[in-house]
Each structure stands twice: as C-alpha cells, then as structure tokens.
Design a protein around this ligand. Sequence first.
Ligand code: MTE
Length: 754
Amino acid sequence: MGQPVKRIDARSKVTGRARYVADVKIQGMLYGKMLFSPHAHAHIKGIDTSKAEGLPGVWAVITAQHIPGENQIGVVTPDQPLLAQETVRFVGDCVALVAAESASVAEKALGLIRVDYQTLPGVYTAQEALGENSPLVHQGGNLLTHLKIRKGDLKKGIGECDILLEETFHTQRQEHVYIETIGALAIPEGDGSMTILGSIQCPFYVQKGVAHVLGLPMNKVRIVQATTGGGFGGKEDVPSEICGFASLLAWKTHRPVQMILTREEDLRRSSKRHPMSVTYKMGATKGGKILCAQIEVLADVGAYATLSPVVMFRSTVHATGPYEIPHVKVDTYGAYTNNIPSGAMRGFGTPEVTFAHESMVDELAAKLNMDPIQIRLINGLRLGSQTATGQVLRESVGLEETIVKAKEACDWESKRAEDKRIGPSRRRGLGASAMFYGVSLGAKGWPLDGSAAAVQVHQDGSVSVAIGGTEMGQGAQTVVAQMAAECMGLSLDRIAILATDTSLVPDSGPTVASRTTVFSGNATLNALEQIKRSMTELASELLAVAPEKLDFRDGQVLGGGKKISFDQLVQHCYSRNINLGAEGWFVSPPCSFDEETGQGDAYYVYGYGTQIAEVEVDLDTGQVQVLRVTAAHDVGKAINPQGVSCQIEGGVVQGVGYALLENFMMVKGQIQTPDLATYTIPTSLDVPQVEPIIVEAISEKGPYGAKGLGEQPIIPTAAAVANAIHDATGIRITKLPIGPEALRRALLEERKEL
Ligand code: MTE
C-alpha cells in the first residue's frame, strides 16, 4: 500500500485473455439491432413491422407498445422513453428493435420496417431553446434546470474592484471514445428472471432500469459486469438503455440476445459532454485579490435530461474555481434541445467552467502585470478558506503545494522569461491552470452515496472481495486489493477482486465522481475489520496475548513475542465454526446545499491540482503542439502511485484532445461527425511529455487518507493549453477546440506583430 504495484488485471488484458461481452457466445443466442430515427424531431404516425417479421431468421420485432413494464428509462428525471412512442426527439431515439439469427439478418430486417413520420420544428441551441415561442422538446418547457449561488454582496464587490473584466467562453460536445463500444448479453432464466452481462459502469442503475421496463421486481434482475474497455462517464446511464433493449428482446424470444453496438451506433446513441456558453465577470484589486465573480452558464442538455441536473450542480459549485472570492453570483441553466443528450463525462461539468475561470484569472494577471502563478497563490483555497458555497475548508487542502511543485518542476520563471520566438514563424509559450473537485456525489447525490463490499476469507487463507464499484480501466480493483492486503497483512496475490455483480453486493450507488477508491475501499476495510475482530479474539485465546497487542503482518498474526501464521489461524477459525465472511458499508459524510442561496457544504472534501502546459505554435498554419504538461495533483494518500501517474497521463491526453481537436458536431440536429474518421482524437503523435507530480494532503475520512483522482487530470488541461497559447502569441482564444483554422484566423484578425 502506497507502493507502485502492477495492476492485478494487467496480465489478462495484455494477453487478450480477458473476456469482454462480445467474446461471450452462448448456445441459441440471437443478435439484437435497433432502428434509429432519421429525424431530430418528429411525430410517429405509424410503424409497420410486418415485412421485417416475415424475414427468415427474424425472431422478434419490438416497438414501444410491446413493453411489458413502464416505457421509461430516465435516471434522474423521468423524461426518456426507452423506445420512442409518439415522438422522436433526436436522431439517436430508437423506434423498433429486432432479434435475429445473425447481426446481418437483423440489419436487413431494420431496412424492412416502415415508419411514417411527420417532422416537427426543432430547437438546436440552448439559446434558441429558451427564446420565446420556441418549439417545445418536452411539454413542461425547455428549461430543465436552474441552479444558483448567492454569496456576499456582488454590488459592493464590484464597487471595490480596481479592475473588472468580462468575457464569454464557448465549449463543445466531447465524446468519450472508450476503446470498447457498449454491449450487453441478456439471458432469460428458467424462473422468469433475467441475467445481463455487459460493458457497464453502473450495474445498479441497469438493474433498476431493466426491472422497470420489464415490469419485474429488482430481485429478478441480475447484472454482472463483463470486463469493460473504458467508460469515462459514457457507460454510466446509457448501458441501462442498451441492456433494456437486449432484455426486451430476450424476454420476447425466450432466448439469449446479444447486442454489441458498432462504433457508429455508439456515437449516435451515447451521451456527450455538454456544450456550454459561459459568461464571466471577474474583478480584483490592484494587488491581485479577486473580490467578485458574476457567472452565467448556459448548457445544451439535448433531448433528455440523463444526468444533466447533477452535472450542472458540479458546474455551479466549481464555477469560481479553487479560489476564495467574497462576493459571488452564479446562475447555471440547462436547456432541452433536439440534439443528442449531453450527460456524464469525466469531470462532469467542471472542465467547461475551468476553461473559463482559468482564462479569466490569467487575463486579470496580465492586466495587473502580475505573474499568473502569483495571482493563483494570492487567491487559492487553503485551510480555513471559504468556498463560493460558504463551505469552510477544515482538512486536506493541497492546492498551494500543487501550484508550487508544478511551478518548480517546469522551471516556470526562466521559461516564462525566455524569448518566445524560436524561429521566423514559431513561438513557444507556458500556461498554468488550477482546479478543485468535490469527491463523490456531494449534496445533490447524497441519497445514493453509500457503498458496500462483501468479503470472505476462505479455508486456504485466500481472500475474495466483492465490491459495488466497477473496474473500467482506472485501476480500482488494484487499489482495493492493495488496501485489503495491507489490512490483513497479506501479500497482494492472496486477494481476488470478483467481477461486480448485483447479486453479490448491496446497491452501492454508481461508479462515478472518482469515488471508488474511497467508497469501495472504506466498505472493504469495514468488512475486513469485522473479520479481523473474530480472528483476533481467537488468536488472543490461542497465544494467550491481549487482543490489542496483536498485529496482522507478513502473513502472520503476532504480538507479545508470540505468533501464529494467518493460514493456521484461519484453520482454527473454520474448525470452530467462526464466520470469516462479512459485509462492509460506507456512507458519505453529510453534505448540504440550499437551493435558493447555493450555500452549504457541497462536498465533504475536495481534490486539487495544477497543470502547466508548454506549447509551440506555428504562426503560418495555426497548428499547436503541446510539448509538455507538468501535472501536480493532490489525491490524499496515493494508494498505488503508479496508478495515479497513469491516470494523470491519460487525463492530460484526453484534455489535450478537448483543448485542440475533439468536437462532436451537430447541425440542425444531424450528426456531422458520425465515425472516428470525422471525430478526431489525439494519436500518439499528439501526446505531450507528461510529468505527473503526486501531492498527498491526507483526508480524514478516506481509506488510509485517500481522496481519489480518476476525473481530475482532464479538468485543468484545456485552460493550461489556452493560457500557454496566449503566452506564445498574445491571442486569447475563448472557444474550444482551438483548431488551426480558428487560431490562424484570430492571428490574422489581431494582425499581431509577432
Ligand atoms: N480511466 C480509465 N482508464 N478508464 C475510464 O473509463 N473513467 C474516468 C476515470 N478514469 C476512466 C478512467 C471516470 S469518468 C471516473 S468517474 C473515474 O475514473 C472512476 O474511477 P474511480 O472511481 O476509481 O476514481
């Protein structure tokens, strides 16, 4: 624990032995396909499935009318039918499903289904959606959510500022591009229950969603997570839809049905990062103290709410960045449109606002002729600071250390002072960006914020741990195994982490919000402590040593000069019928948020980070190469430092994509980037040198002091890159991604003497 270890799932993955859901074939299995709407907004007048049903090899064609339970799959707001019934609201809405002997027959059957549509006028931007007399996406109106923060006296704050800046920023839709597309295998069991194996981030969401549409009690639906090739938030709620489709077909045909999305289907159906327009007014004194922030965020939530209300909560709480600002007014709005739904993606509404506030902080520094690092140190949150929600930070605030360490590691002062010109048309620049991020679900998700683990010590002394959190590549299983090994004084190879299965562990909430290390970790420790108590009691009797003197170390239980091997003690326990199985539970410390004022302890603790990007800009082409990113992150205790470094590297690369390349484009509700030839992500040639720096501000409530990190490294990268471009060229770009055309145009418009 606390040492770099090899991931316990590495070997099976690199040798190709790990079984993803597409690798599993069972006898009698059928293949499922879905029919998408070609329209972004239309009324369904009729569906004729007769020809498709008559095609040899077709076993079932299903439309909304066949659903035995409730046709509703919305995870936070009940606004999303599983199969469109009267209206389609985006081009990923499905109107029919087919199960056939092969995927190609199913595909052919889709072509035989006739749907009579009457197209409707649509809305395609959040601004348009909130305009008067705009077409309605849902009957209740296009405004889904409005969240507020009111702190201090904004008017007074503005009055006291020596400098006040205002700017609007725009961010784009981003796709997760997990390496494995979403897939499910639904198996109808003899007793009327349904077992589903799938590529899933949140099995307990799927269990609830599938039970709901099948009209079954939840104890008749079992979800098992197959090895999952990445999620990044994209497999949070969308798998409930795909597993819902597969299980409807399995229910209808009484045969197992596999549904593996092609990349194009996946891009069309799965939610994306929210496109946002963000307006900031920020003011400071001559000395660089930020006194006020007035912020308005407008997000396009797309056709259905999915997780937008909670994503927008994060945008609201994190809108002012990791700074103590006395006077704050924040309004965040989410509006329905006829675009693809926006939903959960790594950082959950925070990278968007971070791009804006970190650009603003740099602009303030530039106007005040102040070093960007200095302004961050003056205003940065520290112990005792009060956040925008009025929360006083009483523990584990590592921001300052991340700023100082990143600055030192990248040689900030001498590099900023260097000549930016490195050739007739090439310029170099250095940019900084800081962030904070609430750990776990916070006040808005508190009722879901408990997690379980079920642990068993077997007769041979090996240990099985079942957790409710999932592994999707982030290394969660390894850190939980490390903590279990540490707790029991065993080597890592004695611990097995089981595939996440809703029949093994109580509902543990979702695997999101970088919560697994803390929540599955603490739940596992809670279970192990119960087992340890029983084992200690018996060891005390056998060794005639007081229980408080006994320690579990190096495969032994020892103390008072005596010892017994762990395995022998286990044998004794079994021979006396002592239970060596236990269930552990961990619940988030309390959080609060007043809907009117936005005041409260929004999250129980926060992670912090600072990144510094070094870029080279080609003035002739507008092309930006990110050369190096120094990334210092406060993670509480780093359980597996190597895993932390890898998460930082991965997050930075995804952040570079967000900054420079990625843009899931829609025009009038139609997708312009339907595949990976048109939606571009960084390749190995775009990857900068990443220098991860681990800062450990220990958190009281974390297992061994951990806070988790999974999402954080993507959050500050885009702003650091934009600030570095500004340092290199003097151009402030306010819209992501910063593609070569946009930068070249801005360079020409500014007619900079470069
Ligand atoms: N890393 C990999 N390799 N694959 C992933 O899918 N998901 C990210 C992050 N890092 C992801 C990843 C997201 S969105 C989250 S919420 C966290 O991991 C979840 O992991 P944790 O709860 O173990 O921190």
